[in-house]
Design a protein around this ligand. Structure first.
Ligand SMILES: Cc1ncc(COP(=O)(O)O)c(C=O)c1O
Length: 403
């Protein structure tokens, strides 16, 4: 299928939701950090399939093998049955998180919905129904379903959908006094991203996450960390919270957890974990044999192939290269991030033009606003691929600066 045919079918058959962000190409196949379109052009993927999902690169051989084997044996049973892949995945997550118990689902939004429900149920059991408020942050992104949307601190996603779910407050990110002021007796949880992703790549300060944990403990509120984007080794640790030496009560994961196969997980530590009892929450597809087998293979590959360490090293390399570029290029105001989660703040609202220019030169990047570029490549990326990416970004910025 060529681009013209794709656009025609989209206009007729699909809801009009993605057109402004779609790259003008039809993807035919992908491997590692490379994507080929239906015209046979090769592209360097610096965004892990667009939205930080293919954290092991496209079609990682271990994930492909596990999916093919599992498909032949068993694709699905509901949670009316035990399956070995689901239990192996739960054990792996338990070990990686130092004893958190999982609810397995299908997406980041679903994981956050589950987290919000667990926080409310926990507070209800221990304090009563009045303790139900959740404090979130401005510029956060937690998903599109109603509770996750209500937690999301960006008005542009709310417009047209009000009234949202009651009981959510939003305070500026990295502002501890504002958090202190907002959390009180009615607060059942605080939800934070260790690095705000969709909002523009803003890492939490060490003192902020430490302080958030202390405030939560003092008010018997749960600390929920949304690691949907930062988890699975992207920042150079399996969970980004490990950089901070804190212990959240709840962590949500999705995106890269099954190497590209849809999945989500809400992990909870005791005592919060025990506040869910049978039928409090459930899902038909979550934790199916197929996506669990893919996740087991993805986590195994991350560990066995040293990919988390590669994310750390390549992240440092990428940031260094971009900061050197910044010295020569006044259009770059700031380069920030951790591991393979990088934001470039531009001095002018040129993000869409730079994205399009990079695409024309075979490099795929995305934006977080008119003036913020985002780079979220896979953990298998090499130094030479980073060099190629930086060279292209540099030449596109040079052109933009001249025009
Ligand atoms: C931090 C974070 N939380 C939640 C979500 C929602 O995940 P999903 O689109 O899988 O529902 C996203 C998606 O970008 C995200 O970045």
């Amino acid at each position: 299928m060529n681009l013209k045919q794709a656009e025609k079918t989209e206009a007729t058959c699909l809801l009009n939701l993605y057109k402004p962000v779609r790259f003008p190409m039809v993807v035919e196949k992908a491997q590692g950090c490379l994507i080929w379109d239906s015209d046979g052009n090769e592209h360097l993927d610096l965004v892990s399939g667009g939205r930080a999902v293919t954290v092991l690169g496209h079609s990682h051989p271990k994930v492909v093998e596990a999916v093919c084997d599992q498909v032949k044996k068993l694709i699905h049973t509901s949670n009316d049955f035990y399956t070995e892949p689901q239990l192996r995945l739960a054990q792996m997550l338990y070990d990686l998180s130092g004893g958190m118990r999982s609810f397995l689902c299908n997406s980041g939004s679903e994981a956050n919905e589950a987290a919000i429900k667990l926080a409310r149920k926990h507070a209800f059991l221990h304090h009563g129904a009045h303790k139900h408020e959740i404090v979130s942050t401005l510029k956060s992104f937690h998903g599109r379903t109603f509770a996750a949307l209500s937690a999301t601190g960006q008005a542009k996603f709310h417009k047209g959908f009000e009234p949202l779910m009651p009981g959510f407050a939003h305070v500026p990110f990295n502002d501890l006094p504002a958090l202190e002021k907002a959390v009180g007796e009615p607060t059942c949880a605080v939800i934070l991203e260790p690095i705000q992703g969709e909002g523009g790549v803003y890492p939490a300060a060490q003192s902020y996450l430490e302080g958030a944990q202390e405030i939560c403990r003092r008010h018997d509120a749960l600390l929920i960390l949304d690691e949907v984007q930062t988890g699975m080794g992207r920042t150079g640790k399996f969970f980004a919270y490990e950089h901070y030496g804190i212990q959240p009560d709840i962590v949500t994961l999705a995106k890269g957890l099954a190497g590209g196969v849809p999945i989500g997980a809400m992990l909870a530590r005791e005592p919060a974990a025990s506040s869910f009892t049978p039928s409090d929450h459930a899902t038909t597809f979550g934790g199916s044999a197929l996506n669990s087998a893919a996740a087991v293979a993805a986590i195994t590959a991350l560990k066995e192939e040293g990919l988390i360490d590669n994310a750390r090293k390549m992240g440092e390399y990428f940031l260094d290269k971009l900061r050197s570029l910044q010295e020569k290029q006044p259009l770059i105001k700031e380069v920030r991030g951790k591991g393979l989660m990088i934001g470039i703040d531009l001095a002018k609202p040129l993000a869409a033009a730079v994205k399009a220019g990079c695409h024309k030169r075979g490099v795929l990047i995305i934006s977080a606003s008119d003036s913020i570029l985002r780079l979220i490549p896979a953990t298998v990326i090499s130094a030479s691929q980073i060099d190629q990416g930086v060279e292209v970004i540099g030449s596109v910025l040079q052109e933009a600066a001249g025009s």
